[in-house]
Design a binder for this molecule. Structure first.
Ligand SMILES: O=P(O)(O)OC[C@H]1O[C@H](O[C@H]2O[C@H](CO)[C@@H](O)[C@H](O)[C@H]2O)[C@H](O)[C@@H](O)[C@@H]1O
Length: 376
């Protein structure tokens, strides 16, 4: 995985800081069975990259990482990837946290660099582009601040797009949409679980109260989902976080839980996920024909696997996993970290610009030949 050599570590994935801890308010052996299962998942969901100290490209020199060749580097395989897209339209789907912005300890600080914003903007000018995030649409929009894109927040349960853009999604399949405007240029297109809003608000309040005593625990309201963060919680207290979340969820059988990177994600029990959001957008944008369109999805999280799976099915498109540690995935390719994502997007934009320039030249040539014939 040669191209991975320019990477940096996800510093935020390191062990939580050793802080003064509270003892769990209950003996661990009394943990309910599924909260115990969660604990296992909590440990597995965000494995720590173990950097080997060789210069700044530590992870890339890690022999274990280098031996991980199951998902080839999307940078090394760039020519192969664009060859799949030759003569097709490429549709781009991007996760936010850990893909466009580095993982950091404080969720509110997960800003996107200006450079990355510029690259995503250029990509969106050439290719239909959507950001699909576990965060609420509003939050991810506040970070990204680009009106040229589609946004699918709350794990795809809340989809918004640019108003008046050619090929923009129409409302014909939407449920409960009143075209609520955002930033004057954004409109709500689809909400998969709008009836859950009051329940999510309620659960958010209960979870905030419940984990208040746990050092480092933080609850985030993502509109149709709630995130319970334990990145800054001492590992010994992760079981307590699981137990508190489970206690609250017991009264809400219509909510379920998924695991992200040091976060428990509470979400409505509806048949909707990032994969469904990708299908919805492809379909609604008239991009569902796999003979004409190559969808590429880039993401780092477990919840992105639903999208990788959709694209892998029938060889419809390509998933690219962003990871600095070897892990199993439904993706076909990999990138080390957000800087590599930026490099990949830059190359994609350049390739697209060259392709467009070639097409214009050929068109001009054909016009000249026609003119020549007419004048003969
Ligand atoms: O689908 P995504 O865009 O990847 O969103 C998933 C979650 O991302 C955020 O949490 C993660 O990033 C934080 C900032 O780097 C980090 O502190 C946290 O540990 C990660 O899990 C976001 O805060 C969550 O609400 C999203 O669900």
């Amino acid at each position: 995985m040669g191209s991975h050599a320019n990477g940096s570590t996800c510093a935020g994935d390191g062990p939580p800081p050793m802080e003064k801890r509270k003892e769990p308010a209950f003996p661990l052996k009394t943990m309910p069975l599924h909260a115990n299962g969660w604990l296992n998942d909590m440990k597995l969901s965000s494995p720590t990259a173990v950097p080997v100290n060789i210069g700044s490209n530590s992870v890339a020199f890690d022999p274990i990482y280098r031996a991980w060749t199951k998902y080839p580097s999307a940078l090394n395989a760039f020519e192969r990837i664009v060859a799949c897209g030759k003569g097709k339209k490429i549709a781009l789907f991007l996760d936010y946290d850990g893909t466009l912005s580095p993982i950091v300890d404080e969720p509110d600080n997960a800003v996107m660099s200006d450079q990355m914003r510029e690259v995503v903007r250029s990509a969106a000018l050439h290719l239909p582009t959507a950001i699909i995030s576990g965060r609420s649409c509003d939050k991810v929009f506040d970070f990204v601040r680009l009106t040229e894109l589609y946004y699918a927040g709350s794990h795809g349960m809340d989809i918004m797009g640019p108003v008046g853009k050619t090929g923009s999604v129409t409302d014909h399949r939407s449920r409960g949409t009143n075209s609520s405007k955002k930033q004057d240029k954004e409109m709500q297109i689809f909400q998969a679980a709008s009836e859950f809003l009051p329940m999510i608000d309620e659960v958010f309040g209960l979870l905030v109260d419940k984990v208040r005593g746990i050092d480092g625990a933080r609850v985030e309201n993502n509109k149709f989902c709630v995130s319970v963060h334990y990145r800054n919680v001492n590992e010994k207290d992760w079981a307590l976080v699981a137990r508190c979340t489970d206690d609250v969820l017991k009264a809400y059988p219509r909510l379920r839980l998924s695991h992200g990177r040091k976060v428990l994600e509470v979400r409505p029990m509806v048949d909707w996920n990032k994969g469904k959001a990708v299908e919805f957008l492809l379909d609604s944008l008239g991009l569902a024909d796999s003979d004409e369109v190559l969808p590429i999805y880039i993401g780092d999280d477990r919840t992105d696997e639903d999208a990788f799976k959709v694209l892998r099915g029938n060889k419809r498109g390509l998933g690219i996993l962003v990871s600095s540690v070897p892990k199993e995935s439904q993706a076909l390719y990999s990138l080390l970290d957000p800087p590599e994502v930026m490099d990949f997007l830059k190359r994609l934009v350049k390739w697209k610009e060259e392709e467009e320039a070639q097409r214009i030249t050929v068109k001009q040539l054909l016009v000249s030949v026609d003119d020549f014939r007419v004048n003969l």
